[in-house]
Ligand binder design. Structure first.
Ligand SMILES: NC(=O)c1ccc[n+]([C@@H]2O[C@H](COP(=O)([O-])OP(=O)(O)OC[C@H]3O[C@@H](n4cnc5c(N)ncnc54)[C@H](OP(=O)(O)O)[C@@H]3O)[C@@H](O)[C@H]2O)c1
Length: 329
């Protein structure tokens, strides 16, 4: 495994990490979840990603039980939660001081840990002043309940505003952002965020590196069955895969396959290695519904070097979605 600094912080996270969305508490049982986490940990993963909303808290409960049962030293891994999508009541959601405090305490209880290494604002909250959120996050840091705070799916402007507020109050700004990043989704990571890496040392923990499985190539010969698109509440994903846009993505996956084949990699490994080949990415958060997938995926980090400039150029020819650099002032 390779370890990378989380932005300009001193924390080194594994370049591939492991998250619980969709799978824990919905798709797989606790035994399989434990096998997946163990396969990841054995491969050197030191960051496990979670959120209050994943399976309405159940994903954190399961992860907490597994962490406890495995008995891994608390100093050997980092674990996260995310706040925003709590309950239905106005007191139970958003980024106001009350919900930030309540969500953190609840995540600590569910995960059975004394502190969260990373705590994310899962989405921006237009109804809460950024000052309130920045200061609430810093209060948690001062209380020792979280170590680093960050954002997820915020715009560059929102992140810069949070950073400016933090500087004004001489407190900690966002250390990391969690954006979607894969061969089909590059706008923020390779475009909008470019100035932020240097200016504020922003780290990235990126999500859905396989576009929910599309980039593994397993949908190329039709519906393989027994995947996340068949889960209750994920009909939207099935519709997306079947849409015109989904079909055009599949066509690109079909053309990417020979590139992966020529390098002796599976398409999943190729797509993960492509994400990890971006030096601004601190960690690629992977997901899996089976331990075999974890074992296959984790090998990707040793294969990144095979993505030579020629291979990357061939990828660009196929995906044709490289974002334009934002103007610098
Ligand atoms: N901040 C956010 O808003 C946000 C949003 C989404 C996710 N995330 C984080 O990012 C993590 C990863 O996201 P993701 O699960 O969507 O990642 P992904 O890599 O796009 O999809 C993972 C899924 O692809 C399939 N898969 C994985 N490896 C495979 C392999 N080698 N061969 C065949 N199929 C394979 C599995 O689904 P099947 O069961 O269908 O086979 C697996 O669950 C989440 O767990 C979460 O921690 C964050």
């Amino acid at each position: 495994m390779e370890y990378r600094r989380l932005g300009s912080s001193g924390l080194k996270v594994s370049a591939l990490s492991f998250g619980a969305w969709v799978t824990f508490g919905q798709q797989i049982g606790e035994e399989v979840a434990a096998e997946c986490m163990e396969a990841a940990y054995d491969a050197g993963v030191n960051f496990f990603d979670n959120a209050e909303v994943y399976a309405q808290g159940e994903a954190e409960i399961i992860m907490g039980r597994i962490l406890k049962a495995k008995g891994w030293g608390r100093d050997t891994y980092a674990v996260s939660s995310k706040v925003f999508f709590g309950g239905r009541l106005p007191t139970q959601r958003g980024l106001h001081r009350k919900h930030i405090r309540d969500a953190c305490d609840a995540a600590l209880r569910r995960l059975q840990v004394d502190y969260l290494d990373l705590f994310f604002c899962h989405r921006p909250d237009a109804d809460t002043p950024i000052e309130e959120t920045v200061l609430a996050m810093n209060q948690l840091i001062q209380q020792g309940k979280i170590l680093y705070w960050g954002t997820s799916e915020w715009s560059a402007a929102q992140i810069m505003t949070a950073e400016a507020v933090a500087r004004e109050y001489h407190v900690q700004g966002p250390t990391m952002e969690q954006p979607e990043y894969n061969l089909f989704h590059r706008e923020k990571v390779e475009g909008e965020f470019l100035p932020l890496y240097e200016e504020i040392g922003l780290g990235l923990t990126t999500w859905s590196p396989l576009a929910s499985g599309l980039l593994t190539g397993k949908y190329l010969e039709g519906d393989p069955g027994n995947t996340r698109i068949h889960l209750k509440n994920y009909e939207w994903l099935k519709q997306r895969f079947e849409s015109e846009e989904g079909q055009s993505m599949l066509e690109k996956v079909r053309r990417l396959r020979p590139l992966a084949d020529n390098l002796g990699m599976t398409l999943a490994q190729f797509s993960l290695a492509w994400c990890a080949s971006n030096p601004h990415v601190s960690t690629v958060i992977t997901g899996a519904s089976r331990p075999e997938q974890v074992r296959e995926n984790m090998q990707a980090i040793d294969l990144v070097d095979r993505l030579t400039p020629e291979v990357l150029a061939a990828v660009e020819d196929i995906v044709r979605n490289k974002p334009a650099e934002p103007p610098r002032f």
